[in-house]
Design a binder for this molecule. Sequence first.
Ligand SMILES: NC(=O)C1=CN([C@@H]2O[C@H](COP(=O)(O)OP(=O)(O)OC[C@H]3O[C@@H](n4cnc5c(N)ncnc54)[C@H](O)[C@@H]3O)[C@@H](O)[C@H]2O)C=CC1
Ligand SMILES: O=c1[nH]c(=O)c2[nH+]cn([C@@H]3O[C@H](COP(=O)(O)O)[C@@H](O)[C@H]3O)c2[nH]1
Ligand SMILES: [K+]
Length: 442
Amino acid sequence: MDTVTESAMAVAIAHLGGIGIIHSNATPSQQAAFVRSAKSRRVPFVSEPVFKSPDDVIGSLDEFGSAPCVLVTESGRPSSKLLGYVSKSDWLNLCKTEERIVNYMVDSPLTVPAGYDFQRIASFLASGDTRGFVTTVDDNGQVVDLVTTGDVERIKGYPRSNAGVPSLDADGAYLVGAAIGTRESDKERLEHLVKAGANVIVLDSSQGNSSYQIDMIKYVKKTYPELDVIGGNVVTTYQAQNLIQAGVDGLRVGMGSGSICTTQEVCAVGRGQATAVYKVSSVAAQSGVPVIADGGISFSGHIVKALTLGASTVMMGSFLAGSTEAPGTYEYLDGKKIKKYRGMGSLEAMTQGSDQRYLGDTAKLKIAQGVVGAVADKGSVLKFIPYTMQAVKQGFQDLGASSLQAAHDLLRSRVLRLEVRTGAAQIEGGVHGLVTYEKKSF
Ligand SMILES: NC(=O)C1=CN([C@@H]2O[C@H](COP(=O)(O)OP(=O)(O)OC[C@H]3O[C@@H](n4cnc5c(N)ncnc54)[C@H](O)[C@@H]3O)[C@@H](O)[C@H]2O)C=CC1
Ligand SMILES: O=c1[nH]c(=O)c2[nH+]cn([C@@H]3O[C@H](COP(=O)(O)O)[C@@H](O)[C@H]3O)c2[nH]1
Ligand SMILES: [K+]
């Protein structure tokens, strides 16, 4: 989704052992650039360095933004050779601020290869031969990231013990996925994404069991046999079987269950998410096709339910939105720090790009199937996901499952049973009877 996953989120989620799916509400080349950017990283964050050319002038301290230095490249743009840097302190010591950068920049840029992993970069920064920052550069001498000692300390401060093993490909790059649609033009988008190194493709549709999607699955598998394709969304065994027959490697389950979804109200299609996950997983398991429970995850307990009902993993929107890594900037509403989160079928998102999918290209009437909203600032996913994973593990321990496979075995052997909870039981299961309370999860 365009308010959830671009490069920064993809990098952080892969570092934690998951995989981010880069949204397609962008041109094919922009989307491919997000994939390429995430795959070039070896540190679990994406910095935003400021670039200038040697002939530029730095007129005020504001031009540094939050970075400790301005990087100087041949053209003044990121995609050109790094020549040197100007640190904030060097600039503050200048007598004349109208001086051209070439006259006072440090022209031996502090660099390490972009292939260095986090530990090696941390050791380099701790060596004392730096000015508290280092740039990582690729084989062409172009800047990938600007890493500061502050970044290293911040990342070291996040819990590691409960996070997963980073998701890496054979070259040590983070695994990254990307979404496409089922239009003819999506074949060209797909080519861009494959060239950028996308590890998996998600065919992004609210109703996956269509002739368009079945044709697209066959096309992808024929053109790129090694590429994994996730089909969906589906909620019934019938829909699932058709996509399995067409050759999907994974299925995404959920129709109208998302926090921003209005599909069930607008179109009267969809299904309760627990039922959908259970039913689809039951049939998909027979073909060895894993299931992703997509939508409606608000708490760690929902993840426990999705996994024990047969899903192999979950896809989350609102749970990750509002984090440091989510696209967009923070705003304030009644003193609360918030970030925008919107449905891809909202009028706003359609107007920006997913318009074609909603027949906006041929029909004047746009029908929204999602809303635009905002979620509270959650901080970095690098911090709250490890806690969430620990909570899920505790849930598994309590129900007696030592692994995901063990949970699925318990379900299939009918040892694990679920029962319907009445409205009264649900109220009882939440916090109740208190005049005030603060819900802190960790
Ligand atoms: N999971 C959910 O419950 C829902 C998710 N969404 C999200 O909204 C976004 C868009 O979803 P959809 O509207 O379902 O997208 P879609 O691209 O599947 O469908 C949009 C319209 O384009 C048509 N279409 C697709 N391929 C075509 C082709 N080759 N030729 C002619 N017509 C074609 C479809 O029939 C449909 O009318 C996605 O990001 C999706 O995840 C939207 C609604 C519900
Ligand atoms: O009905 C819908 N209208 C929309 O505009 C829309 N946008 C996204 N999605 C789906 O919602 C999922 C995310 O849901 P959560 O925020 O609950 O995690 C996502 O992963 C999608 O499956 C939409 N569904
Ligand atoms: K909903």
